[in-house]
Design a protein around this ligand. Structure first.
Ligand code: NAD
Length: 484
């Protein structure tokens, strides 16, 4: 049986308690994960602090950047091992993880190394009464030990999206991966050691949230700032923990994203993009679309095309090259998604396709498989329209005017992203501007330039990461005023 250990001060550590990691494909136990206790989390934070005040803090930016490039090379050199670990934990298709999760996981170290090397800070010259003047400039220093709390849907990618900039800015980290996806964070420890990253710079503690490693880490007074990706309710609990000591937080949280398809859209492109945004990664993408609004002249045709595409999806195991969709992450999550499938019917939805568990070989009977599902006919106040489901499902509703669709799309407590499909450029600008979201795509979805701001409006997040925006969170900006 595979054992997944904590990584503390450059060394793999076992714990007295372990928990099972089960395969989303079969429900079988695939690994025993060592659950860090309070003392181990404390040791991880103290080693991170020692590295900050020691070898890591002593490096110049150029030296730090070179080491991060070595991490990129190290991930790429072990590409297949990362791919296997990520697919085993999540059940996602290899075709997806090899294109997105692993290469982006590596790229996150390169992009932030490049940014910290090249980004200037502001300077202002000012007049003074004696005529000699003064010079102000902003100076960046690391914030300290960063607590990094991660979800399971894009484990390596979302973790390195935080660890990359944190380390580039000179901080050290203690990572708490999701209990559902512990393997790639642990594996990255080996790469860190091989790349010559000093012990204590990158630490991993495994476990759960309350009364486990998540809580021990976020309540630890030695953690200077906390970056979190996950559910909004969890984010609220972490914000409470961060309030003690007035520690800054960066929060990337839930979504209930709307796609808006105008009648003048490129139909095939809109279908292609909406199929991807609704069903990729079995619908477990924070940026995924669960609400689709289609201008009435296109509505019937759009629903039929979406249905055809959903029914043609090949549900299967990661290693099959033609697999479009794997299972959900766990049986617990499958229960949650199925409860929404039932609720949709109770709330009066027409089930266009799906709504249950697919027929698969009995050997996958213990897995957390689910059908891609499409509904129509729900009122806008239905819970299925309002709440994040995080499964491969969407509701499609018609609209008649731009004002009407803006009102419906914005009537939600979340505000992560939107995808707008139209050939009318003026309308694209107008609607993108009026959508209450952090990210608006026009005629695309999940097209990411890592230099751009990423984050959510309303209950989808606090703060922006990406490009120089990450530097705002991961560095302390100090004004130095020199009287000339
Ligand atoms: P989750 O909130 O259940 O768990 C996230 C992490 O928080 C896990 O590591 C978990 O162990 C930890 N945790 C739970 N309770 C905690 C506590 N009290 N203190 C400290 N840590 C705690 O989220 P999930 O189910 O892993 O991920 C799915 C959610 O993540 C969805 O809501 C999705 O929208 C969101 N998400 C958002 C983004 C984004 O960029 N906005 C990206 C990916 C996922």
């Amino acid at each position: 049986m595979k054992e997944v250990k904590n990584f503390i001060n450059g060394v793999y550590e076992t714990s007295s308690r372990q928990f099972d990691k089960t395969s989303p494909l079969t429900g079988e136990v695939i690994a025993r994960v060592h659950e860090a206790d309070r003392a181990q989390v404390n040791a991880a934070v103290l080693s991170a602090k020692a590295a900050l005040n020691g070898p890591w803090g002593a490096l110049s930016v150029d030296e730090r950047v070179e080491k991060l490039y070595a991490v990129v090379d190290g991930i790429n050199a072990r590409f297949d091992a990362f791919l296997e670990a990520e697919c085993a934990d999540t059940g996602k298709p290899r075709s997806l993880a090899s294109r997105i999760d692993i290469p982006r996981g590596a790229a996150n170290f390169r992009i932030f190394a490049d940014i910290i090397k090249n980004e200037a800070t502001q300077a202002f010259q000012m007049n003074t009464p004696d005529g000699a003047g003064a010079l102000n400039y902003a100076d960046r220093s690391p914030v300290g030990v960063i607590g990094v709390v991660c979800p399971w849907n894009l484990p390596l990618l979302l973790m390195t999206w935080k660890v990359g900039p944190a380390l580039a800015c000179g901080n050290t980290v203690v990572v708490k991966p999701s209990e559902e996806s512990p393997q790639t964070a642990a594996l990255l420890g080996e790469v860190m050691n091989e790349a010559g990253i000093p012990p204590g710079v990158y630490n991993v503690v495994h476990g759960f949230g309350p009364d486990s490693a998540g809580e021990f880490l976020t309540t630890h007074p030695g953690v200077s700032a906390i970056t979190f990706t996950g559910e909004t309710r969890t984010g609220e609990a972490i914000m409470k923990a961060a309030a003690k000591g007035a520690r800054p937080v960066s929060m990337e949280m839930g979504g209930k994203n709307a796609a808006i398809i105008f009648a003048d859209a490129d139909f095939d492109a809109a279908i292609e993009g909406t199929v991807r945004s609704a069903f990729s990664n079995c619908g477990q993408v924070c940026l995924g679309t669960e609400r689709v609004y289609v201008e009435r002249p296109l509505f019937e045709r759009f629903v039929v095309a979406m249905k055809d595409r959903a029914q043609a999806m090949k549900i299967g195991v990661p290693e099959d090259a033609d697999t479009d969709m794997g299972p959900l992450i766990s049986q617990e999550h499958q229960k949650k998604v199925l409860s929404y499938y039932r609720l949709a019917v109770e709330e009066g939805a027409t089930v266009v396709t799906g709504g249950g568990i697919p027929d698969l070989d009995p050997k996958y009977g213990g897995g957390s498989w689910i059908q891609p599902t499409i509904w129509t006919g729900l009122p806008e106040h239905a819970r299925v329209i309002k709440e994040e489901i995080f499964g491969p499902c969407c509701h499609i509703a018609p609209f008649d005017t731009e004002e009407e669709v803006l009102a419906m799309a914005n009537d939600n407590e979340y505000g992560l992203c939107t995808a707008i499909w139209t050939r009318d450029l003026a309308r694209a600008h107008r609607v993108a501007h009026r959508m209450q979201v952090g990210l608006a795509w026009v005629n695309s979805w999940f097209l990411r330039d890592l230099r751009t701001p990423f984050g959510g409006a309303k209950q989808s997040g606090i703060g922006r990461e990406g490009g120089v925006h990450s530097l705002e969170f991961y560095t302390e900006l100090k004004n130095v005023c020199i009287k000339l």
